[in-house]
Write a protein that binds this ligand. Structure first.
Ligand code: ZN
Ligand code: ZN
Length: 336
């Protein structure tokens, strides 16, 4: 089969990923073989490919990246129940967990310390076929196309998990900082709680998207001090940050009311933390299987708009370059 292999992480210009012919994988016990129908291109794929992360990511090379996948089941491994050949399913970054540890037993399986991550510790979806753990695939509702469903499996679950952790309700004023793949989903999930929303972004493209998605207020962070502008209308009960900038994380923290909640979806350091204001800072990355099911049912009900654009699988390297060069309006999704 055709697949993109990350040979050795390095700058895109040096050609770290190569379109290659590799053997089609065989599903092991408890696994399914998927014919990939769509796979989203994530900024974290770009970081892994360029070697911005710890030497342990990916855990081996050559590896096939890609962790937001929709596919059709082509074959079942042994001891798989409840799934059939022909089912259309999705795979999220959480590829599998141990099922036995305290995290797995307490509804926080995304923190399992022996979990596998799709496209980072096992092969992912930049390929014509991939295998997945049968206990970690999700039926894709009929109402969703392959291309619009794929981004639900990373930006969708990531945005949803952040909103859940923010414990938002209808009385809250919530700021979403960074309106890219994850932010545009989080903005909608936050609005669905009934809260009033404020989108903060330096990108004109993303401000237009936030307007279309019905953000209560849109703030251009490239022009003004967003904290001043936010405070003029009233400080925030919760702030969700997906923009990869330490300045933005610290601005979001300052824009909170005393007792407010900051949900951080990027790496950052916190410069000043006045403890007497009793604010809460929570990190958020992955989401559980139960959250994934909620995301799919919200999307199937038509209350979530997914901004996505298809590109051929063979153009994966170009797609990563596009992501590197400019802010993409919606998600780029590879289609074999
Ligand atoms: Zn992702
Ligand atoms: Zn576990």
């Amino acid at each position: 089969m055709k697949a993109f292999l990350l040979q050795r992480p390095g700058p895109l210009a040096t050609g770290p990923i190569v379109f290659s012919n590799v053997p089609r994988p065989e599903p092991g016990a408890g696994q399914v073989l998927l014919k990939v129908l769509a796979c989203g291109v994530c900024r974290s794929n770009l970081h892994m490919v360029e070697g911005d992360w710890l030497p342990s990511t990916p855990s081996f090379t050559p590896i096939i990246p890609g962790h937001e996948v929709v596919g059709r089941i082509e074959a079942l491994g042994t001891s798989v129940t409840g799934l059939a050949v022909g089912d259309r399913v999705g795979v999220q970054p959480l590829f599998s967990t141990c099922g036995r540890c305290a995290y797995c037993h307490s509804g926080r399986e995304e923190l399992c310390q022996t979990k596998e991550i799709t496209g980072e510790t096992v092969n992912g979806g930049y390929a014509e076929y991939m295998v997945a753990d049968a206990l970690f695939v999700y039926n894709v509702p009929e109402a969703l196309s392959d291309v619009e469903a794929a981004p639900l499996f990373c930006p969708g679950i990531t945005g949803y998990a952040a909103v859940k952790k923010a414990q938002i309700d209808a009385a809250d004023r919530v700021g979403i900082f960074g309106i890219g793949g994850v932010g545009h989903m989080a903005l909608q999930f936050a609005a669905l709680t009934g809260a009033s929303t404020v989108a903060v972004t330096s990108s004109a493209r993303h401000r237009a998207l936030a307007q279309e998605l019905g953000a209560g207020q849109v703030i251009d962070s490239s022009q003004s001090d967003p904290v001043e502008e936010l405070r003029r209308e009233g400080a925030l009960d919760a702030a969700l940050v997906f923009a990869p900038s330490e300045d933005v994380v610290n601005a979001a923290l300052r824009a909170l009311k005393p007792g407010g909640r900051l949900i951080v979806g990027v790496n950052s350091s916190i410069r000043l933390f006045p403890f007497a204001l009793e604010k809460t800072i929570v990190g958020s990355l992955l989401g559980t299987r139960a959250m994934m099911e909620r995301v799919l049912s919200i999307a199937a009900s038509g209350r979530l708009h997914v901004s996505a654009e298809a590109m051929p699988l063979a153009a994966a390297a170009e797609a990563l370059q596009v992501l590197k060069d400019r802010s993409v309006r919606g998600r780029l999704v590879l289609v074999p």
